[in-house]
Each structure stands twice: as structure tokens, then as C-alpha cells.
Ligand binder design. Sequence first.
Ligand code: GLN
Ligand code: ZN
Length: 766
Amino acid sequence: MTQHTIKTHILGYPRIGEKRELKFAQEAFWRGESSPEHLQETARRLRAGNWQKQQDAGLSFVTSNDFSLYDHVLDHSVLFGASPKRFSKAPFGAKNISPESAYFAMARGNIEQPAMEMTKWLDTNYHYIVPELNADTVFSLNAHDYLVQLEEARNSGAAVKPVLLGPVSFLYLSKARDISKLDLLPALAKQYAHLLQELHIRQIEWVQIDEPVFALDLDDAWLKAFEHAYACFRNARPKLLLTTYFANTSRYQAFIAALPVDGIHVDLVRAPEQLGPWVNAIPSHWVLSAGVVDGRNIWRNDLDKTIALLEPWAQRLKGRLWLAPSCSLLHTPVTLVHELKLDAEIKSWLAFADEKIHELGIIAKAFNDGVGSVAAELAASRAAVASRTASGRVHSAVVKARIASLDKVNENRRSLFPARQAAQKARLKLPLLPTTTIGSFPQTDDIRSNRAKLKRGEISRKQYDADIRTHITYAIREQESLDLDVLVHGEAERNDMVEFFGEQLAGYAFTENGWVQSYGSRCVKPPVIYGDVYRAEPITVDVARFAQSLSARPVKGMLTGPITMLQWSFVRDDQSRETTAMQLALAIRDEVDDLQKAGIAIIQIDEPALREGLPLQKAAWANYLAWAVRAFRLSASVAHDDTQIHTHMCYAEFNDILPAISAMDADVITIETSRSAMELLDAFGEFDYPNEIGPGVYDIHSPRVPTVAAMQELMYHAVRVVPVERLWVNPDCGLKTRGWTETKLALHNMVNVAKALRKQFAAVQS
Ligand code: GLN
Ligand code: ZN
């Protein structure tokens, strides 16, 4: 009997704790308010709690070594002796640095060394610390902490399956200076082999080895790297479960099936169609771990559907079928238990990490003991599915009709850019090289505490709105005295650019504790799009009209674009991302129209997340970019010729999507360029970007006040590659994280740069 039992496990669990305990412990430690022991104690408690939950849910294995004090990829740099040399000495004057402080220094920098680089983990919003390798890197096994965590897990009495990030993915996701990454592989694989031996000695039966790069387009050299690395693991070692996720990996099937491992995990939420091919392809002794519970989203599993998907194959696989979430649960919030304000009906449609591990148990039981043994659970799942399918709150006939007739909405502006440019020139009468900012001004303590007071009911809505107007007035006055040309209201009323709009749109729900780790101690709480999205009434018009009434200069209306709204929310799984994007686009389009009717001459639609929505495989890019660009164009095309549409993007590689950015056809794009030393601007110049562009002339993420000389240098570069009539002068992102003093000094210098350049050009022309 037990022989044929389906096993259950997870790939990883959120580390942050139900109420972000890890965040508070980290930050207290960084402020010097708590000891290393206290931090480690919190970490141990969180791990023990996570294992207990897995045991309580009856999972066949407890998963260990998925925890990290900051980031698991950084932990692998440490584990294999690849901590950058520049951190090996304590900074000058520092005594008795604890191992914890030394570790955090790599992630966050110290007084002498900038932090290691950080980047997004595949297509998620989790950021990992990029391994920093070079020709001098000498890998060595440094397994003490790893083994301590492992033994802790074993003390819980459960069967333990530790996790490792695989050697090829570790290298692929690293950055190597002065050496080809693949040259480092043999030495690295050797250390992995040592660790596996060590685990074998400790009688670990299974190790989960994550190779997420199978979701990407791998060339032959990287495929060969797998062969070479895994060939080192032929000796005595635990069984290896190779995990892939976020994509259909069956195109590498024949290749993977030849690797000396003992099983494969595949993501059946993103790619259910790969199940049959995988069952047919794997060697007869392998297990297949079916990722059937969504690790990237918050919806309750449709158990009938999952059982139907597995049914045809379960019999064939017998005891070789395992069940798991599609990927690590790191990407979902921890528990629904603390969601007391969430509407009961919507809550019944959701499953966070804790609820997801229970779903695994139910699915396994349905196969192991027959569906009759879980009749009540299946009925509850069915009821949730039925209520979600039929709910009037999910479906709006008006929205659906609008989407159905989308083809009749013109996604083109009325005229081509040259005609619009002329109309806007006549209306706005801006000087050469106009100056502006990206939208937000400092979110002062005053602004934050007012928002908190409103939330706690300590001040009235009326009082709050009056305070917001005071902040707007202040921002407008400051910008006028700085002599900026195009003003902003400062976004004092927004805590977050997505949450603010989500709160006013139908179809959105918000959680109280639905936090997901973004990096280190930083967590985000993505809102949930559960239903058809529409805008019931204007969102920003009152504020925009008020701000404009304070100045004779144009004040930009500020909106968040459809793709950024989509990308930074948990989205529906009962319709395509594309359809949700179109609904968001129409809602924003309505707002654009109302703003222009209120006399707002310039409207900015921010799309900082456009690039991060790109699919992992290049073959899927064109389709995504087509609908993403269409969504933006739909929101903007309602604008009259003399309404100027701006967009803003930041922190990404734009070079390879320039045609798509250009197809968005915004009249002006402001973009982050200051960190990449104008490389990006060169790309815009080479591509011959047809509309106006504001290259960010200084990095707002640094408190340093930029010098006139530095900004001038960047603008000189800009005029060499883009005609001066098409250039704007602005910082590279919003100023909400800065203080007013530094902001004023920086903008003062920036305006002076623009003025000096104008004079030079006027002199040349006369
Ligand atoms: N308008 C937003 C701001 O200034 C843009 C933020 C962003 O690019 N992420 O804050
Ligand atoms: Zn930005």
C-alpha cells in the first residue's frame, strides 16, 4: 500500500513569517538594537514554525534549507566559498564584526564597499543578490550553516528533503568578470559533489536541486554544462530531484532524461500540457513531481480540475508520482488566518501558502484513499469555484461588452506625432529643453503620519483632504520658485502608485497581511484583481484641477499605466493577462479623457513595469509586446492632439525593446539613464527614436546632490545623439524617497543646467 502512495512536498516556504517577523528582526539588528543571537533566535523560530506547518499538513517531506537571513542565492555564494574578496576584510576601524554583520555587508554594502548587485529572480518580483565571480574565485565548501539548518530540521522528527540551487543555474545567474562563467563550472561542481557526499553520509534520502534556468532559452554550451556538472554527481549521494518551474520545459526533455538524477519537478500551472510528454519521457525509475498548486498566485485550487489533470497518469506512475506547488511558495503571502477585514466571499476564493499545503494533502488523499475520502473538501472546492464563476462581483456585463467591441476603439492618436507636436507647442509654449520631474515629491513624515491617522480613524476624510491640499500647494510653490517649466502635484495622496489606483477601481481587493518578500527585509503587498476592472468615477481629476488652479504653468496629470497595474498585482487566473490588461487600459483611458476635459494639458502614464512583464522565452516576446503596447495606446489614444502624453520607465534594459517603446507613441518619454552612463540614450539615438525624450540627468536613489558639471556632461552627450528640440531635462525617477532640502538643491542645479544650455543654443542660432 504505502509503496503506491503519492508523496507530497513543497519546493520552499515564505521566510518572512505571518506578520513579517523576519523583517522586524533584520531591521532591529541593522539599527544595532538587537544582538546576533536574538536575530538567529527569530530565524530558528520561523524555520521551526514552517516545518511544523508542513508536518501538520501531513506532507511526506519537510523541506529544509529554503530559509535565508537575506537571500538564498547569496547564501550559495557563501556556501561555496565565493563571497567577493572585497568583503573579506572588516572595514577600517570596525572591530568584532559578527558573522551576521559580515554577511549583511555583502547584501547592503558598508562604509567602504558598495553592496553586491541585486536583480530580479526570473520573471518574479523577488530580487536576488547576484554572485560576483572572477578569475580569482576559488570555490570551497563552507557547509557549517547549511548543515546546522539541516540538523535543526531533522530534529523535528520528520523526513527532511534539503534544497540546493543547482550549480548550472547558480553560474548562469551570476556575473563573472574577466573569465567565462563556464570555465568556473568544473571547480564549482566539485564542491557540490562534496556537499552531496556529506548529505549522503548523513543519510539524507532526497535532495531537491533547483535548476530554474531550464525555463530560459539555453544554448548548446549551457546544455553541455549540465552534462558536465551532473556527471560529477555519479558517486554515492542522495537521490536528486531536479526542479524546473515557470515554463514548459519539455523541449529539453530528451536531454534532461539523460542526466544522472532520480526525478524531475515540472510546473503544471504555467504549462499543464507538459505532463503527458514528461510521463512518457522519464526513465522508469524516476519520480515525477507534479507542480499542480499555483505558487505564483493566490487562488484556491480547483481540486476537480487538478484531479482530472492527474488521473490519466497517476495509475501509470503509481508510487512515482509526487505532488507539489508549481514553484517555491516564496512568491505567495503566508496565511489567510490574519485577513479579518477581507470580504468573506472573496476570501473563500483564495489560498495563501498555509492553505496551499493543505490542498496538496487533499489531492494526494483523493488518489491514495479514493475521492470518497475527501468528499467534503471536494464539495467545498466546488462551491468556491461555482461562487467565483457565477459571482456578480466578478463579472460586469458592461465591461465585457466594452472588451468585446475593443476593435472599434481607435488605438491611434488622431494625428501623427509631427502634427501633435505642433499643436502642443502652440498650446504649451515651452522653452527649448523644458524642465520637469517624474511625479512624486518627498513623502515626508508628516504625509505618512497623516495617512496612518486617517486609517486609524483619528482624523476625518475632510481633514485629510485639506492636508493633502496643503502639501500640493507647497510642492507647486517650490517648483515655481525653482523655475521648473512643467510642474507636478507631488503625489502626496498616494502611498503606492498601484495601490492608490487599485483602491478606486472596481474588481480590486486588498489584504492586510498579504506580504511577499521582494528583497531582504523589503516586502510588498500586491493587491488582488478578482473581477472585471472598471472605473466607477474619476480618480485624480479633483486633485489635478486643484493643482492646476495654483499655477499658470502646466501641471501634469499623473496616472499609472495598465501594464504596471497588471504586473504589480495578483491577477485573475480565469481570463488571460491580456484581457485584464485591456480592462485596465479602458479604465485609465476614461481617466485620461476626464483629465483633458478638466483642462489638463499634459498627462503622464507611468509604465515602469513594462519591461519586467517580458516572457522568459524570446519566442513569446512579440506577442506580449504587441498586447502590452496596445494596452498603453488604448489608454492614451483618447487624448486630443494638443494634449501631451508622457510616459516614464525606469530600471531596466530597454535596448532590446526599443521598437515596442517607440510604438507606444507617447509624445514624451522620461527614462532612467544616469546609472548606465547614457548608454541607453545612445541606443535611443541610434534607433532614431522619433518623439521627445527626457533622459534622467541624475540618480534619485542617491542622497548626493548632483553637480551642475555632471548633469551638463550628460546633456552634452544627449544633444549629440538626439536633436535638441526633442530633449527634456529631468531626474531619472520620482523623488518620494528623498528629503526636501537635497531635492531643492538638486533641482536648482538641474534648472541651471537647462538655462545655461538654452543660452548656448540661442547664441549659436543668432
Ligand atoms: N510617477 C511615479 C513617481 O514619481 C513614478 C514611479 C516609478 O517610476 N516607479 O513616483
Ligand atoms: Zn521611475
